[in-house]
Design a protein around this ligand. Structure first.
Ligand code: HEC
Length: 188
């Protein structure tokens, strides 16, 4: 029999047929799922926001390039092995963040794990050039979170007179000196 052209055997036809059916099914499935995703509102409410200045934009790319995302998460990039820094600007201001990046332990007032002297894994951060640290601090201070969300240090805006009354009646006098009402602080 001459080599070369010959028709497909039945088995081959069946195999190709099955393969083709899978590809088709995947394409159709993708199309419908994609359409469904576009139509439905986000499954989780977005509670973190950013509005970057030019310096913040610069800090954002330094954040990626310097490998901060090896440990941190911010604006959907990075990992969760360190702290998530989304909403950081609602907890700390640029001045605090700058001070932390330069002198982590003094600023924390406690022993840190990674941001400290070598061989700690984030020892390189404090040694970054001044401009980079400034841009990083600006960037992180521009990541905000809604009050009451997991990324915010403030409780929700809602106010309950009953709870306030109970606290004022039952809370020991010493608490009033020891704790401050964080809702009264203006910061978002
Ligand atoms: C090896 C992991 C690692 C890397 C890399 C890293 N960090 Fe961190 N970061 C941590 C950990 C862990 C903490 C908590 C403090 C500690 O124990 O060191 C932290 C804390 C922080 C905080 C304080 C957050 C707060 O409000 O308490 C900031 C800001 C921060 N990191 C920024 C950065 C930036 C910017 C970079 C990159 C230039 C970076 N980190 C790289 C692990 C890391």
């Amino acid at each position: 029999m001459a080599e070369g052209k010959r028709g497909l055997k039945v088995g081959e036809k069946v195999l190709f047929g099955i393969f083709g059916a899978f590809v088709l099914l995947a394409a159709v499935g993708f199309y419908f799922m994609d359409a469904a995703v576009q139509q439905h509102p986000a499954m989780f409410k977005v509670t973190t926001h950013y509005n970057l200045s030019a310096l913040g934009e610069e800090g954002s790319s330094i954040f990626l390039k310097e490998g901060c995302t090896d440990c941190h998460r911010a604006m959907q990039d990075g990992t969760n092995s360190g702290l998530s820094l989304d909403g950081e600007g609602s907890k700390r201001d640029a001045k605090w963040i700058y001070a932390f990046l330069k002198h982590p332990q003094e600023t924390y007032g406690a022993t840190t794990i990674d941001h400290r002297d070598a061989p700690a894994a984030a020892a390189f951060v404090a040694a970054l050039p001044e401009e980079k640290i400034r841009a990083l601090a600006a960037f992180l201070s521009e990541l905000t979170a809604d009050r009451g969300s997991a990324s915010s240090s403030l409780p929700p805006e809602a106010h309950d007179d009953f709870v306030d009354k109970m606290v004022s009646i039952w809370a020991p006098e010493s608490w009033k000196l020891k704790y401050k009402d964080v809702r009264k602080e203006g910061k978002q």
